[in-house]
Design a protein around this ligand. Structure first.
Ligand code: SF4
Length: 263
């Protein structure tokens, strides 16, 4: 753990000690992890479950995310991906976002630009956000995998991440969610759901209703790339109905025009 990250953990523990009736407790395992330079947020989660209603503040979140980003940028746990990537693609948006989107993995465009959802599918996601009255800067966007899945030499396109790759990279996403503490999560596509929940099922069984991840309401909807492949208005409407549920959950005002979108 870097010194600034360690300082943040200590500050959070001291804050809890001052404002709570119960002193924060740390298991031996957690202390060992802290000493062994492991995850800041694993330690936070295991030792300091914040009292109801208390949340990390924006600047703390930005600092904690920066520490994770630094570790990700040097990560070589998947040797083949560390060799093939142009750069890691950590995540983008507001560290204090109420709404967080989770996709599967960077594609070629994202690998080049270092930002998730910047290709055609990403542009569609940005348009969906705009229809929800959000800018990309208002929400947080991340993938299960932080490196582009490699492709055989000479071939084009993207491939989905393997279960092993997702399992290996998932702890970084867990840290991001723990730090951001969004009110609502949206998983985009079946691969993202598998990476996040370990559940493999058809999208028609998963989408359009609420699930939970770690007590956070989770909406599952189609990946924007699916809408690019299948441009039927009925499919667009399904995604939009899922987003209307998200807006309702976030207690955002919904205009009549928004309600009838894609109809
Ligand atoms: S995919 Fe994730 S775990 Fe694998 S090398 Fe990239 S950052 Fe590390």
């Amino acid at each position: 753990m870097t010194q600034p990250a360690l300082d943040l953990v200590i500050a959070a523990l001291e804050g809890i000690r001052e404002k709570s009736d119960h002193a924060p407790r740390a298991s031996r395992t957690t202390l060992a992890r802290l000493r062994a330079d492991e995850s800041v947020t694993v330690a936070l989660r295991e030792t300091t479950a914040l009292p109801t209603g208390r949340r990390l503040q924006g600047p703390d979140k930005a600092n904690l995310l920066a520490a994770v980003r630094e570790r990700v940028s040097a990560c070589a746990k998947c040797g083949h991906l560390a060799c093939s990537r142009t750069q890691t693609v950590f995540g983008v948006g507001n560290p204090d976002a109420d709404l967080m989107f989770i996709g599967e993995a960077p594609g070629a465009d994202e690998d080049q630009q270092g930002e998730p959802f910047v290709g055609r599918a990403g542009q569609l996601l940005t348009r969906i956000l705009k229809a929800m009255n959000f800018a990309r800067e208002d929400v947080y966007i991340a993938n299960i995998l932080k490196c582009r899945p490699d492709m055989p030499a000479g071939s084009f396109g993207n491939r989905p991440p393997t279960p092993t790759e997702m399992q290996t990279c998932r702890p970084y996403l867990v840290e991001q969610i723990d730090i951001i503490q969004p009110s609502v999560l949206v998983a985009l596509g079946a691969v993202a759901v598998e990476g996040l929940l370990g559940t493999r099922a058809a999208m028609r069984e998963l989408r359009g209703r609420w699930h939970t991840y770690n007590s956070i309401p989770l909406m599952i909807t189609y990946h924007p790339a699916y809408l690019l492949r299948n441009q039927a208005p009925s499919e667009k409407r399904k995604v939009w109905e899922d987003m209307l549920q998200v807006l309702e959950r976030l207690e955002q005002p919904i205009s009549e025009r928004q309600r009838n979108y894609f109809l």
